[in-house]
Design a protein around this ligand. Structure first.
Ligand code: NOJ
Length: 535
């Protein structure tokens, strides 16, 4: 039998926004209380974004202690309880590991700040002298992904590298001590019972040690935007793979998995991460970024399968996460694809109904594709982006570091609505760390439970059929014509119509449709068809 991760559906839980038992930030006991709900969705596993001890400068991706839970989220015992309950429900738990950087409050970085240039403590990070007569210029011209320079100067005149916020200094993975530390962190969590890791910025750990200049913008999720740019000295270096070959050996002792977050848009380069002795999965961000047209989607799907088949890996489909505009809103913009980094109230607003229709169609497409698939919490509710957040409520460092040039990712991180007639839509009795938009309660789980046509029940039905027909493990055959995708997936047939209508083919019956269908499949609609007679 294949490893479970090759065809799994994994549900991303963003702890800050899932469910708070008190206060205004979600917590681990809140997640544990909702594990039954997660199991009932029909997913195989959950992936938790960081809950480690952290000053929360980048919503927990700035880790001060990789072996402890931040008091904001609970305790290590709460995490043990979460894992135990998930296990009872047959759910695996995947956690986020953030090896590219630490928080500036991590003991290692504090020690580095208090140590001499050239010291062992500084060698764990990228400290360098500056350029210019007095060393007043940064060592390279690199820009942080979050905007602004990627170097910050310390009082003794040296500079340290941070590809993200200044509070997230990059670790030096040339240093064996860093490698040993992370293998020990992996074991710490594997011994506590997690089934694997989602590896943050997996393609960024190695840097060209000559530190050449490279004045180009790096984009989160979809990688560098300039096809003309020379290879980046900090992204996707060949040497990064050695790290994961070492990790693979550790994981194999526990039969655990790992998934790479690597913003590598070239399918061939991306497939290198899922060679047999490295990752089990790598997010398919080409799929997430693909414009909603038949030709773009078909080309992306085909080339993803071809590239991964060469290394005998399956593909990990993804449409949303905590870094991109929520799907129904992205799909309702004039230009579909990866979308902007946040939407302001003064920006053109998404067409809500169109976005929702396309989002359902895209979900049904994704969930029939063999391989594994990810769902970001709230995706099952059809949650839109908060597109009118007041600036004073924004917390994403990209908003501040770009001086408002980019709205940032807060709009996709709004706390979830559970109960329509409770304060904060049932997220917490005491508040919500980001304000929920008007009408949020309309999306609440309790309302959707009782509506057979709700997004929630649609998702559950799709996942149930996916399991029944074992779609994640089937072969796929492409029989598409112009403007319409037409795939055979095992015993089922899937048709996706974009801007053309198409007739339900003779001999086939609609099993599930993303929008109502009689004998014509309307635009922006996906159907799953069966040749089985009605029972
Ligand atoms: C990718 C994470 O998904 C994102 O949220 C975070 O800001 C960066 N990595 C830096 O850790």
């Amino acid at each position: 039998m294949d490893h479970w991760s090759r065809s799994a559906v994994i549900y991303q839980v963003y702890p800050r926004s899932y469910k708070a038992t008190s206060g205004s930030v979600g917590d681990l006991p809140g997640i544990t209380a909702k594990l039954d709900y997660i199991a009932q969705l029909g997913v195989d596993a959950l992936w938790l974004s960081p809950f480690y001890r952290s000053p929360q400068k980048d919503a927990g991706y700035d880790v001060a202690d990789f072996r402890d839970v931040d008091p904001l989220f609970g305790t290590l015992e709460d995490m043990d309880a979460l894992i135990a309950r998930a296990d009872k429900l047959g759910l695996k738990v995947i956690i986020d590991i953030v090896p590219n950087h630490t928080s500036d409050q991590h003991v290692w970085f504090q020690e580095a700040l208090n140590s001499e240039p050239g010291s062992r403590a500084r060698e764990r990070y990228w400290f360098r002298d500056g350029r210019g007569d007095g060393g007043e210029l940064p060592p390279t011209d690199w820009e942080s992904v979050f905007g602004g320079p990627a170097w910050t100067r310390v009082p003794d005149g040296q500079w340290y590298l941070h590809l993200f916020d200044a509070s997230q200094p990059d670790l030096n993975w040339e240093n064996p001590e860093v490698r040993e530390e992370f293998e020990s962190i992996l074991r710490f969590w594997l011994d506590r019972g997690v089934s694997g890791f989602r590896v943050d910025v997996a393609h960024g750990l190695m840097k060209d040690p000559d530190l050449p200049d490279w004045h180009h913008k790096s984009w989160m999720v979809s990688g560098q935007d300039e096809t003309e740019a020379p290879p980046a000295p900090m992204w996707d270096l060949d040497t990064v793979h050695d790290i994961y070959r070492d990790w693979r050996k550790v994981l194999d002792e526990y039969d655990a998995m790992m998934c790479a977050e690597a913003w590598v848009m070239d399918d061939e380069r991306r497939s290198l991460y899922v060679r047999a002795d490295e990752f089990d999965q790598c997010f398919n961000f080409s799929f997430l970024s693909s414009p909603w047209t038949a030709s773009d989607m078909q080309a992306t799907i085909r080339s993803s399968y071809e590239a991964n088949a060469r290394v005998s890996a399956t593909t990990s489909w993804v449409l949303s996460n905590h870094d991109v505009v929520r799907l129904p809103s992205r799909m309702g913009l004039a230009k579909t694809g990866k979308g902007p980094n946040g939407i302001y109230a003064h920006d053109p607003q998404p067409d809500h109904d169109l976005g929702l229709r396309r989002s359902r169609a895209a979900h049904l497409l994704m969930l029939a594709l063999p391989g594994s698939a990810y769902l970001y919490n709230g995706e099952e509710l059809g949650l839109p982006e908060h597109t009118t957040l007041p600036d004073k409520a924004r917390q994403d460092p990209t908003f501040y570091r770009t001086k408002g040039g980019e709205g940032g990712r807060d709009g996709c991180r709004i706390p979830l609505p559970w109960v329509s007639d409770k304060p904060y839509a049932g997220f917490s009795p005491d508040g919500s760390w980001l304000p929920q938009p008007d009408g949020w309660a309309d999306f609440a789980v309790d309302r959707q439970e009782n509506d057979p046509n709700s997004y929630l029940n649609f998702t559950r039905t799709a996942l149930a059929y996916r399991a029944k027909y074992d779609l994640g493990r089937q072969e796929i055959r492409d029989e598409s014509g112009d403007g319409v995708l037409d795939y055979r997936v095992g015993p089922l047939r899937m048709i996706v119509s974009f801007d053309e209508e198409t007739v339900v083919p003779e001999g086939w019956r609609v099993l599930l449709a993303s929008s109502p269908v009689d004998d014509v499949i309307g635009t922006d609609t996906t159907v799953w068809l069966t040749a089985e007679p009605q029972a």
